[in-house]
Write a protein of this length. Sequence first.
Length: 481
Amino acid sequence: MDISLPSLAIGLLLLLIPLYFLWKLRTDLVRPTLVAALRMIVQLFLISIYLRYLFEWDLPWLNTLWVIIMALIATHTTVQRTGLPRSVVALPAFVGFLIAALVVGFFFLLFVLRLEQPFTARYFVPIMGILMGNMLGVNVLTLSTFYSGIQREQATYYYLLGNGATRFEAWQPFMREAVTKSFTPCIANMAVMGIVSLPGTMIGQILGGSSPDVAIKYQMMIVIITMSASMLSLILSLWLSTRRSFDAFGRLLLVLLVCILPFAAQAKPKTRPAVVRLETTAGVIRVKLSDDTPIHRDNFLKIARDGVLDSTLFHRVIKDFMIQGGDPDSRVHKAPDGQLLSPPRDRELGNGDLGYTLPPEFDLPWLFHERGALAAAREGDDVNPEQRSSSTQFYIVYGRSWGENSLGKVRASLAENDIEMTYDMWQTYLTNGGAPHLDGTYTVFGHVIEGMKVVKAIQAVPTDSLDRPLQDVILLRAIVE
């Protein structure tokens, strides 16, 4: 039974119900709803005219061209909705849409419907249209979830790479999350089909005169082919896009980081970074503590607030290496006459603490011993095989400059202990220097954000045979900002 234009107009009056409540609730959706409804009516009337001629002409090349146009439109929509760079996503999405639609569509037309002419417009165009529409939503959700997930959890991603995972192994948890998020609604809809809901395609066939038995069989196959095509297209799109969005070392390209940063910012609320101001007799050093080492971060904040670090010495200073402080036994006392009394020089410093140690929190390749790194001191492996950190003593890396040959030897030495120096670490050490031989054995829990000139000055002062500065350098106070 056909629907006449007057009857269609009467049916459209039902739109007044949602429009009334949208207006009554003072939403901003009245105008968008009217525009969307108008666009739908115009577009469907135009497409009906086009399809009428397409079915009459029934030219294979024209039908194929129409499918290619649908794939291009779906690709453009994917780029717009994901916000990802066109240069990264467009070609992978287009190839995924087109190949998945053709492979699954032809399988259905040739082996299920057993058509002698699979390009017949009455079957070919609608089937491809259904597949494109379903693939579009799945691809948009999958790509957005995958790339925003990697951006949001960069520390986890680079940790996996730094500990020997291949690029695919590092991508896998993010791919799993993306596929699960995009396919869960499909599976849920499939599970309740026929009980809670009757699909529009099946209802349309029944209203168009088909028997329920025929309509149900078509509906079953439509669900199967849309799910199969969606999975195939998203796998192709993801795989091809990763070849354009990561370099040979697995690093996410900068152009992509800029585009997906807003997704990550929305997904993970910003927190104020923990910064401690170290006021010394040589100047001020400000350090930012890492949220990826929460035990060391919280402990350092506590001892700073409790005044444990105040009036202690930088008791161990080695040029082109580091400056170390935080030993409670090195505290400087003020005599009654106002003179500062330092521990005697024949007294060995570096053994003081608060009676407890901290478990290691190695976070390679995210936190390493580059110049300016803040790390926890500890006892040697012979008495401390678990490599637990001192509760109070810390050091700031100054380090030396490295050439490729000398750094290569350190890299090989680390590799013998299953510690990988990643490309980023390698480039940082070559450019800025540091102490790479300590990586993977001492916990780095922050870095200097202001005052490296002060660190440079301290590490260059003359010292005695115990590496204690000849003129005391005092940490006057540690202030949590």
